[in-house]
Design a protein around this ligand. Sequence first.
Ligand code: NAD
Length: 417
Amino acid sequence: MNVYTGPVFEMAKDQFVNVADYLDIPEDERSRLLYPKRAVAVAVPIHRDDGRTEVFQGFRVQHHLTLGPTKGGTRFSPDLELGEVAALAIWMSWKCALAGLPYGGAKGGVACDPWSLSRRELEAISRRYMQEMIPFVGPHTDVMAPDIGTNEQVMAWFMDTYSMHQGHAIAEIVTGKPVSVGGTAGRREATGRGVAFLIQLAMQRLGMKGQSSAIVQGFGNVGSTSARILQAEAGIKITGVSDHTAAYFDPAGLPLAAIEAHVGQRGVLAGWSHQALIGPSELLIQDCDILIPAAVERVIDDSNAGQLKCRILAEGANGPTTPEADAILRDGAVFVIPDILCNSGGVIVSYFEWVQDLQRLFWTEAQVNDQLKQLLTKTFHQVVDRADRDGLSNRNAAMAIGVERVRAGKQLRGLFP
Ligand code: NAD
């Protein structure tokens, strides 16, 4: 079992072993639980705008089909590797099981730089990738969604490519689509809305009162939505933001609307201001009440974990904290909302979208948000109660619940799925 390599896969494996030890899972059951059922690698050839032919590498990893179809995002990023995709698929499994969704985890993507592609090239990659995936996905087999570098438009191209192959519209093949082609109200904001809601639950639990401040790393779908909702609905001051081009920090608070308008026009944070610029790694260790990594994996490690000054670490991104950093944080005063809980609003509302598509019956945004909050509240309390009961970190408590549920399904069904 060595096709899955690299630091992100090792991290998912270490986390699993940690929890498997606590749950006393026998050695011979562990590989069956950890290693993905299926991994597909495909060539994605397109004509570039300058007339050249270029071949990109695409992947899809399906972790398990024990509890239902697999579900997971599609990432377009330059350095994407199979091991990273597998780790993300495994985390999706624990996340879906933790929220009680009838899914296994999956993840996929194409190793390409979406920011350097023209719209025509992006469409060509999206359509060809889905074309190559048609034998392996389906509304009852594997349902895709957006992730880094993909968006509603990419999901619409996926849905159209799959549907035209079948001869009729099949909205339920992907989630995170535009509402006009079968998407759900509230999906675009769902992950960030969930992050913001869970932060408020954590603040209540910690008895945090008065004006709080937040720093957000990553200003894409998850980061910008979390920041906007925290400021608008919870009165939280956003003092720091960053993306892959720039980082800004101002203890007095940043003008979020102006920053969003700049990103709306230019696509990136760079060029917004020269006044509040700060080094990207410096940003994470500034004074704040809430730190939200909402970009990429492994940004909090043993080199900076001991320097964090936040009270709450809300993991909007998948895998932002390494196991070495976890060990440091355990001894400190930081309340961690672990990724598989913190960003689960995205897959929860994706599940609502899939259910609505299958039923051809659509909900209002208020219904979606209300159901989302109910499920997040229940899951948050399950995690913190388990952590209290067994003296676990919030991450190990969340993972233990997820792993137990997948394991129970496998014990009942047997070896196939
Ligand atoms: P996105 O593509 O919309 O935004 C990603 C952001 O991160 C961009 O602003 C980009 O500039 C920034 N970024 C990239 N590398 C960076 C770096 N090294 N330092 C600082 N910023 C950097 O992606 P997204 O959908 O917002 O996803 C962000 C994270 O949230 C990912 O870990 C993703 O897996 C996770 N997530 C997303 C969803 C969802 O519904 N979109 C759901 C669950 C989890």
